[in-house]
Structure formats: C-alpha cells, structure tokens
Design a binder for this molecule. Structure first.
Ligand SMILES: NC(=O)C1=CN([C@@H]2O[C@H](COP(=O)(O)OP(=O)(O)OC[C@H]3O[C@@H](n4cnc5c(N)ncnc54)[C@H](O)[C@@H]3O)[C@@H](O)[C@H]2O)C=CC1
Ligand SMILES: CC(C)CC(=O)C(=O)O
Ligand SMILES: [Mg+2]
Length: 370
C-alpha cells in the first residue's frame, strides 16, 4: 500500500552516503516493526549531482524536494571540487535547497548522553545533563546577500567582499521560533549578534529586544555578543537554553557546541519552513551538523548517530511521531551506555566499532525495546 509520507533522500558526498545508508536501515526497521512506511525517492546533490549533471542540484531534484513531506540529507563537498567556480560548488546545492524551500529556522540541539560525558572536551561537571538548542537563521545573512564578489583593484591587487544584511521581518520570524521553543523548554532565550561592530547586529538587537517586550512574556531574555557567546559556551554551557542567532554565527557556534557533546558526529539538525495555516504542513530538511568528512570517507569509520538523530527529528517534527523518535533515541542512548563507540567518540575501555557495526547494535537494541 502506498504511504502518504513522501521522503526525498539526498545522500550527497563523502560520508553522506555512508551515514544515510545506515539510517535507511533504521527506516526499514521502522517500516517492518512499527508499520511506519514512507514513499522514498532518492536524488543526487552536491558533487554527486555535479558529476552526473554538471550542477550541484538539478531543477527536477529541487522540485522533488518542494513536493516531499520531508527531505533527509547527508552532506556535500570535498577536495575534488575545490577548484570549481563558486556557483558550481557542491555546497551551492544545499544553499539552493535552503533558500527555495524557505527553510529559515535551523534547530541544532546539543545534548550530552549520560555515557558520553567523558567524551566531551570539557570537564564532566560542565557538560553532564547539558541540553541546549542553537536556533540558526538559515536563509539570510552573509551566505545569501548580494553584492559579493572578487574585484580587481587599480593597484593590481584584488578585493573579495560579501554582504551581511537582515530585515526586520527576517529577524522577527526567527525570534518568534526562539520564543516558541523556549516556552516548551526552560524558558530562556539568548540572542546573539555583534551589535557593537555590525549594523545588522544593531538592528538584530533592537528587533529582538522589542519582540521580547511585546511577545516574550514570562521568558527570561538576554542579548550577548557572538565572541562572548563562543567563550561562554566553553566556560559554562549549561547557562544556555535557547540561543538564537544569524546564519554565520549559528554555523560556527553549533560546530563549537558539537564538541561539548563529544563529537561533530553526534549533532543532528532540522531546517524548517513556516507552517502553511491551511494545511498545517511545512517544508523541512533534516541533516547532520557535520560535513562530508573527506578525511574519513570510504573507511567505514563515520559516526552515523548525527544522521540517525536527524531522522528522529524528522519523525518528531514532520510526522508527529514522537513515540518512534523517542524509541530511536533510547536505542542510541542504550548502545552508547553499553560502550559501543565509533572512532570519533572512542574512550578508554570502550569497544571501537565501524559505522555498520554501530548500526547493527542500534537495530538489535530497537528489537529489544519493542
Ligand atoms: N551540511 C553540509 O553538507 C556541510 C558540508 N561541509 C563540507 O564538507 C567538506 C569537509 O568540511 P570540513 O570542514 O572538513 O568539516 P566536516 O564536518 O566534514 O569534518 C570536520 C571533522 O569532523 C570529523 N567528522 C565529521 N563528521 C563526522 C562523523 N559523522 N563521524 C566521525 N567524524 C566526523 C571529520 O572527520 C573531520 O575531522 C567541505 O567541502 C565543506 O564545505 C561542511 C559542513 C556542512
Ligand atoms: C553550506 C554549508 C556547507 C555550510 C555549513 O557549514 C553548514 O550549514 O553547517
Ligand atoms: Mg557548518
């Protein structure tokens, strides 16, 4: 029987296909054991799409993504594509998906599983029980604004430039998501910019502060400069609940938060569009925070957990399947507690396993839990 849940799978490059492949084994398990089936289509993105079609994303795949109920994404990029012209680079495929699906809200939760406390680069007491949400604005700012380019100067040198800009509506809509998230969590929002040196930061702070006054009743609120936030994240990360910030600072701060949890291979994300008020549906793409990891690609060592946790977010946010998401997260938690570790999260006394063996253990654990 055809499912009404349309899933577009875009594995991409490097470890993307490896971690997506392992996650599809979990999707299969869900279909067999939980009667949760999806109509799955697979497509090319990034370098893989460039190799086949000369572009990082074809119009057909773009259309498939807008018609899907959710997109499960791996990662794009790699040294093979370093010398391509800017507009042909694999990363442009992902940026086009984000822009054309209007995925303005990127939720990047950083949680420390109890047995992973020792894997953090910080002292156990600083990260034990850590649960923060970095909310990154994803369709504006310096990754998208024009003008940008590299121009020749009269003295024979060159000048490279980008533009950072945000409008009031762009700031307000991400701010509202931050307040909604905080209401369901511990009620605190930290808004992060550099209003001391950037005009877009000045507006960001004014708009967020006013939005808190008008719509943030009952929520604790603070403004923080991005450089201070980076420092605070490694000093006392548990002071944060929801951090809301722009595209560039969100990209950097979330990689930083990854190490609090033990590895970049542990951090999932959900990129969400606005809810259609009539259908209740919204565009959504789920991807790990990490990239294509060319240094370990093809070696069977990638940690598949960030991709699997992204699938758990997909179940929760796109299909309201919180119980199935909880089940998968519990299985991962138990397997980590049992001592299984891919190379990136290896610690003394633990069993170092391959990508596939990690999945085998998670599948066995799922079987035990149902
Ligand atoms: N969303 C995406 O598709 C992203 C793509 N990229 C692209 O990926 C390529 C490589 O970028 P890098 O700066 O090296 O960042 P990266 O995130 O790919 O790797 C950084 C480090 O983390 C490790 N790592 C990442 N994911 C891991 C996993 N699942 N398991 C174990 N170790 C893992 C890598 O081995 C590497 O040492 C570039 O072309 C970059 O543009 C980078 C970030 C995001
Ligand atoms: C387009 C991506 C390669 C940028 C990035 O690092 C990210 O979104 O995490
Ligand atoms: Mg990044």
């Amino acid at each position: 029987m055809a499912s009404n849940k349309k899933l577009l799978v875009l594995p991409g490059d490097g470890i993307g296909p490896e971690v997506v492949g392992e996650t599809l084994r979990i999707v299969d398990w869900m279909a067999k054991k939980r009667s949760v089936s999806f109509d799955i289509e697979e497509g090319l993105v990034g370098g893989a799409a460039y190799d086949a079609h000369g572009t990082a994303l074809t119009d057909e795949t773009m259309t498939d993504a807008t018609h899907a109920d959710a997109v499960l994404f791996g990662a794009v990029g790699g040294p093979k594509y370093d010398d391509l012209p800017f507009e042909l680079k694999p990363e442009r495929g992902l940026l086009r998906l984000r822009k054309e699906m209007d995925l303005f809200a990127n939720l990047r939760p950083a949680m420390v599983f109890p047995s992973m406390v020792e894997n953090s680069s910080l002292k156990p007491e600083l990260v034990s029980g850590l649960d923060i949400m970095i909310l990154r604005e994803l369709t504006g700012g310096v990754y998208f604004c024009e003008p940008r380019g590299i121009e020749d100067l009269p003295d024979g040198s060159k000048r490279g430039f980008d533009t950072q800009a945000y409008t009031t509506p762009e700031i307000e809509r991400i701010g509202r998501v931050a307040f909604d998230l905080a209401r369901k969590r511990r009620g605190k929002v930290t808004s992060v910019e550099k209003a001391n040196v950037m005009m877009s930061g000045v507006l960001w702070r004014q708009v967020m502060t006013a939005l808190h006054a008008s719509e943030g009743e009952g929520l604790e609120y603070e403004n923080m400069f991005a450089d201070n936030c980076a420092m605070q994240l490694v000093r006392t990360p548990k002071q944060f609940d929801v951090i809301v910030t722009d595209n560039l600072f969100g990209d950097i701060l979330s990689d930083c938060a990854a190490m609090l949890t033990g590895s970049l291979g542990m951090l999932p994300s959900a990129s969400l569009g606005a809810e259609d008020p009539t259908t209740g549906k919204r565009h959504a793409l789920y991807e790990p925070v990490h990239g294509s990891a060319p240094d370990i690609a093809g070696k069977g060592m990638a940690n598949p957990i960030a991709e699997m946790l992204s699938f758990a977010m997909l179940l929760r946010y796109s299909f309201d399947m919180g119980e199935d998401a909880d089940l998968l997260e519990k299985a991962i938690d138990n397997v980590l507690a049992g001592g299984m570790r891919t190379a990136d999260i290896m610690a003394t006394g633990k069993a170092k396993v391959s990508t596939a063996t990690m999945t085998d253990s998670i599948l066995k654990e799922l079987d035990k839990l149902v």
